[in-house]
Design a protein around this ligand. Structure first.
Ligand SMILES: Nc1ncnc2c1ncn2[C@@H]1O[C@H](COP(=O)(O)OP(=O)(O)OP(=O)(O)O)[C@@H](O)[C@H]1O
Ligand SMILES: [Mg+2]
Length: 249
């Protein structure tokens, strides 16, 4: 691992209090080094999505600092659109543009944000759609493909922007069981290419397989963290219970 390299993402003492005094994230710190895969696990409401949403500033942290390499993300002087274009995000729900075909969903950002010509954007888009095995659906609308296929297009769309890091927020949890595998395969292919990522997931087996480091969150805090082998020996009763529920379910 690149132990000496500057972290791609550095989160320091992150706190998030939502209106209504909901203290969703409590003093979370971690870093993600180049090519590292960090998984965040934890029960519903533990603050996992809030952490991801603070990282690309979909929401403002209440306290703490987040850096993308040397740039402080939560600083009023930072160009947030530039930061967002360098951080790929894939959500649980399928967030494609329903009125645009698969190819156009991927080329839109390339043309509007990156300024590529239509021909250049098409070429890049075909390249990333090939990686997620979606070349045969270029002209389909999102409503004409499966949830798993939509999610793979969403991955391709994020990938097309050549992000420094990809954030995945439970990318398979809204999918029918038979569609999960192909999405996990696409993510795994990115891991093998050395993509840096943070992945929030309930797929414990997948987290164990692809991640270098796992954070277990509960009630807004990181309660345990470590390499995937930590899953075999949870120290706290909370994590034991969590793993027990997940593995039974
Ligand atoms: N916009 C909001 N306003 C107020 N409270 C919120 C908001 N979004 C989330 N919360 C609360 O913050 C806490 C953490 O939510 P978050 O969505 O980060 O959890 P999560 O770990 O991603 O859960 P899940 O596994 O269900 O997706 C929860 O108590 C949630 O109800
Ligand atoms: Mg969530």
């Amino acid at each position: 691992m690149n132990a000496g390299a500057l972290p791609i993402i550095r989160v320091q003492n992150l706190e998030k209090v939502y209106p209504g005094n909901v203290h969703a994230v409590r003093g979370v710190s971690f870093e993600v080094r180049p090519k590292q895969v960090v998984a965040i696990i934890g029960s519903s409401g533990s603050g996992k999505s809030t952490v991801l949403r603070c990282i690309n500033r979909l929401i403002e942290p209440t306290e703490g600092e987040i850096y993308l390499e040397e740039v402080k993300i939560n600083d009023s002087k930072t160009d947030i659109n530039k930061i967002r274009s360098e951080i790929g995000m894939v959500f649980q729900s399928f967030e494609l543009f329903a009125h645009l075909r698969v190819l156009e969903n991927v080329t839109l950002g390339l043309r509007k944000v990156r300024g590529y010509s239509r021909a250049e954007a098409n070429e890049i888009a075909r390249g990333v759609l090939e990686k997620v095995d979606m070349l045969d659906k270029l002209e389909a609308f999102p409503g004409q493909i499966s949830g798993g296929q939509m999610q793979r297009v969403a991955i391709a769309r994020a990938l097309a922007m050549n992000p420094k890091v990809m954030l995945f927020d439970e990318p398979t949890s809204a999918l029918d069981p038979e569609l999960i595998g192909s999405v996990l395969e696409s993510i795994k292919a990115l891991v093998n290419e050395g993509m840096t990522m943070i992945i929030v997931t309930h797929e414990i087996g997948f987290a164990r397989e692809v991640s270098d480091w796992i954070l277990y969150m509960d009630h807004g805090a990181v309660v345990e963290e470590g390499p995937p082998s930590m899953l075999d020996a949870p120290k706290t009763e909370r994590m034991q219970q969590f793993l027990g529920q997940i593995l039974d379910g």
